[in-house]
Design a binder for this molecule. Sequence first.
Ligand code: SF4
Ligand code: SF4
Length: 440
Amino acid sequence: MKTEFSLAQLADPDIAEADKILRACVHCGFCTATCPTYVLLGDELDSPRGRIYLIKEMLEKDQTPTAEVVKHVDRCLSCLACMTTCPSGVNYMHLVDQARVRIEQRYRRPLTERLLRQVLAFVLPDPRRFRASMWLARLARPLAVFLPTPRPSATPGLIQRLKAMLALAPNRLPPPGPLPGSVFAALGKKRGRVALLQGCAQQVLAPRINQAAISLLTRHGIEVVLVRDEQCCGALTHHLGNDRDALERARANVAAWCAEAAGEGLDAILVTASGCGTVIKDYGYLLREDQAFAADAAKVSALAKDITEYVAALGLEPAARQDSIVVAYHSACSLQHGQKITGLPKELLSKNGFVVKDVPESHLCCGSAGTYNILQPELAGRLRDRKVANIASLKPDMIATGNIGCMVQIASGTSVPVVHTIELLDWATGGSRPALNASS
Ligand code: SF4
Ligand code: SF4
């Protein structure tokens, strides 16, 4: 794609990067076929190619984003299916991230929307605030019947979003998991030492996921540390276009993990929420212009691994047989498109005795996508229903996936138990049987 940035514009490293990305696009349109919003809405402007044109125009002309651009960028899930499909290697992720930052900085959203986004950015990354908000949501849920029922719309209003938030809150919260700073010793001969990302929403909604990871890792000779000064990875605010917050969190985490690595050493930083993993693996890029942090951020990105990547290299203990259990494997977008981890979790589950089935249309997002299911409830609901129907066609006993957002989203539309891949692997190798829903 031909671009027309001035030399002065190209002196800005972000614009230079956008120019490189835009020039790689040959506008073939292959990406439209796998884009969930294009599949649902059939509008070119809700396809990757359409959004690329809108972003190009906005950046080239150095425009304040228009309501039209904001609408179509907001509808993008950042699922990155387009990056998997694109034959030209267009890095849509870095382009749309840049567009979101520009929108956040230069576009004045309506007051209610600004407030909602500020509340999400304040509450979600902080486990204590998030836990309190879940209790409040549970108390407020009976009042939802008094809210008017707006017509479903791909341009949702506040009522629709409030209802979506209340619907996603679990009926009960499990007790908190282990405290930051905890160290779990390897059982038997020590083979390695890792940090395990504690996460923010995940540690409130389903601490059992990391408990399963700790159980499996320590049984296999790995010492696990929950690094004390670690924070939310920044993914939630990054996807809201609030880069200042996201980069501050990235810097704090880089400092915390590098201090731990320099102390007792770390073989890896393990992540059980693939949405977080995708962003941590991108810290090296996000902080590339920060002289004080660039080198350490690149080190952290190299150390970051999805839990399945690390576990695959461990060689798991012989499995207790689980042959009769049919597992529908939902491939989280952040894992399959963001980190290009596709076959590995399924292989691990099969090798450990589960009958694993691929979900039809597995490239399509379930609609979770960070805060998307709150901010775009109508589209998210349609994607969830489509995903749940595809899963139901397999008649599974369980659904396994590698991302807490997908677990909550899918569980809100099905009675089939939804578990994390690591819970099944832990169970199959001598750990406890998983509790059977996303919020216990
Ligand atoms: S598939 Fe790639 S090159 Fe083709 S239009 Fe989409 S982003 Fe551009
Ligand atoms: S990230 Fe997903 S929703 Fe956004 S343009 Fe690409 S395929 Fe479409």
